[in-house]
Design a binder for this molecule. Structure first.
Ligand code: ASP
Length: 587
């Protein structure tokens, strides 16, 4: 058997050849992208990761015979001379479109079955088929672009952290449970019957221990595992850019993460004006009804309670008198909605859970869906939301937070429908001062909103026992275009305060010792104040690539149903393997 490549060693990628290469010898290796046999002449487009080159076979019977055997996706090597294309075959859309390779040798390296979908075109193919044949999908331009972009973003991140004195440290995958609020994946130990490792939901405890260990500045591009019921666009395993810094305040983290954003956006040729805006959690909820507001469409929610305190409209007036609020926002360009469009909107709002959505149009005089509302009430309300004559005011009343949240949902639904969310815009925002704890009525106890190692704001510590719901945390999220792309906090570095927080969470001393004893012990050996953040790499790359789903930027994702359709995971295992692991399945 001869060596499959013979003496073909690549001189150029399929995307490299230009007019300046005319006359050069070239050897390219790749896949048959398209083939056109015109009788005496054959054109073969050969493709690799970098692009497509045209190969021409002319006046050469032996080569013509090889060309006739070729089919799409066959693997070939070609050597020949680079020449200018004839006028009529120049392709200005292709980087290599001015030249072609006049073939001297074509070596068939491997055949291919007919693919279940076109590789050369990004036509619609069902996602299941794409995932089943992911290796073919990955050959197509869209995923080639996305995976290449992901690589470049990862490299930019590594360079940035290296330049800023960070160490990338690997933390264990076979670990102990970290509380991030999801279920753990467990790995049974063969050598310790009945005992289990947990896959990390995040490296949270390890990165904090690295600070205790004097690592000072740590980052890691790391896989995290959370056994959650697959909601919308989640994956069981996902990648975080995990960061921890000693001697940090929230300000320290903002100062380190902000300059990273322009480095990342450079990869798509975009700039990020710094500093990034900040908004407290409570302001974000009031003004956008969300802790991850999309700032691309304006339409801020305003409080209109004052305007309705003495209004003719009894319903709103009574709600305000009872301690509730009236809030509303201006729909950009909404004044052109017809009466029937408005009826649909009101109906839609009802389905979303509004008990009543009231609209008002600017004008002389302003008009409203509630006839009794006069100019004296509507005018100040319209002014307050800064409605122009093109806009429409939408209002609702009720308890403060719930009203803002409903209006926030409606705001987003309208913004999406009306294409008000510019896909070209990148709007970053820090949401700060999250509540430390949230109450779950089902089991009547408090839970950490972030995780139990998050430090409370110093001025709120005294309320930990008396008014836990009012305690704010040194916790922050980084939001981009309405998606949370990162979250973190300054941590508790005092063992005593950590114990107090566990108490608030109803975690007994004994339980804490069992779950995090090693960490609590470490805290007592000279822990520096520290804090950090984790950024979601999948989501960031998806946004940069303009993809709605993170599956489009992960080489081998699982379906929304948690299945790897290509490899066929999960799958049953050999009973012998189970026995070795001291496990029995129930069925
Ligand atoms: N470990 C946290 C998370 O995965 C991030 C952090 O607090 O740094 O959400």
């Amino acid at each position: 058997m001869s060596e499959p490549l013979g003496d073909l060693t690549r001189t150029h990628t399929c995307g490299a050849l230009r007019a300046s290469d005319v006359g050069a010898e070239a050897i390219v290796l790749g896949w048959v992208h398209r083939i056109r046999d015109l009788g005496g002449v054959a054109f073969i487009d050969i493709r690799d990761r970098e692009g497509v080159s045209q190969v021409v076979v002319r006046e050469n019977e032996a080569l013509m015979a090889v060309a006739k055997r070729l089919r799409s996706e066959y693997v070939i090597g070609v050597s020949g001379v680079v020449q200018r294309r004839s006028e009529d075959t120049v392709n200005p859309k292709l980087a290599t479109g001015e030249v072609e390779i006049l073939a001297r040798e074509i070596r068939l390296l491997n055949e291919a079955k007919t693919p279940p979908f076109q590789i050369a075109e990004d036509g619609p193919v069902s996602e299941d088929v794409r995932l089943r044949y992911r290796y073919l999908d990955l050959r197509r331009p869209r995923l080639q672009h996305n995976i290449g972009l992901r690589h470049r973003v990862s490299i930019a991140i590594r360079k940035y952290f290296d330049a800023n004195g960070f160490w990338e440290v690997e933390t264990p995958i076979l670990a102990k449970s970290t509380p991030e609020g999801a279920r753990d994946f467990l790995v049974p130990s063969r050598v310790h019957p009945g005992e289990f490792y947990a896959l990390p939901q995040s490296p949270q405890i390890f990165k904090q221990i690295l600070m205790i260990a004097g690592a000072d500045r740590y980052f890691q591009i790391v896989r995290c595992f959370r056994d959650e019921d697959q909601r919308a666009d989640r994956q069981l395993e996902f990648t975080q850019v995990d960061v921890e810094v000693s001697f940090a305040r929230p300000e320290t983290i903002y100062g380190l993460i902000e300059p990273l954003m322009p480095e990342i956006l450079k990869e798509v040729g975009r700039e990020v004006p710094l500093p990034i805006r900040r908004m407290s959690y409570s302001d974000a909820i009031a003004a956008y009804g969300s802790d991850k507001p999309d700032l691309r469409c304006g339409m801020e929610i305003h409080d209109l309670s004052e305007a309705f305190r003495d209004a003719e409209f009894r319903v709103f007036k009574q709600i305000v008198a009872g301690g509730g609020v009236v809030r509303g926002f201006a729909v950009r360009g909404g004044n052109r909605y017809s009466r029937s469009q408005l009826d649909v909107l009101v109906d839609q709002a009802r389905q979303m859970g509004f008990s009543g959505l009231i609209w008002a149009r600017p004008g002389e005089p302003p008009l409203s869906s509630v006839k009794s509302l006069g100019e004296a009430t509507l005018r100040p309300a319209l002014d307050r939301v800064k409605a122009t004559s093109d806009d429409l005011l939408l209002m609702a009343a009720g308890p403060a937070e719930g009203t803002s949240k409903l209006l926030g949902q409606l705001r987003l639904a309208i913004a999406k429908r009306e294409n008000l969310l510019n896909p070209e815009a990148f709007e970053f925002l820090w949401v700060t001062d999250f509540p430390l704890l949230e109450y779950h009525a089902e089991d009547g106890r408090w839970y950490s909103m972030h995780h139990p190692f998050t430090a409370p704001l110093d001025e709120d510590i005294e309320k930990l026992e008396s008014d836990p719901g009012a305690v704010r945390a040194k916790a922050y999220d980084l939001v981009l275009n309405g998606s949370e792309i990162g979250g973190g906090s300054v941590r508790i570095h005092s063992a005593a305060l950590q114990a107090r927080i566990f108490q608030c969470l109803g975690i007994t001393g004994e339980e804490a010792k069992l779950r995090f004893g090693f960490f609590l012990e470490a805290l007592e050996y000279g822990t520096p104040p520290h804090g950090g953040i984790a950024l979601g790499l999948d989501r960031i790359v998806a946004i940069l690539a303009g993809e709605a789903s993170i599956r489009e930027v992960i080489a081998f994702p699982k379906t929304a149903n948690a299945v790897d359709l290509m490899a066929g995971a999960p799958s049953p295992v050999d009973p012998k393997q189970l026995r070795e692991l001291h496990l029995k399945t129930q069925n």
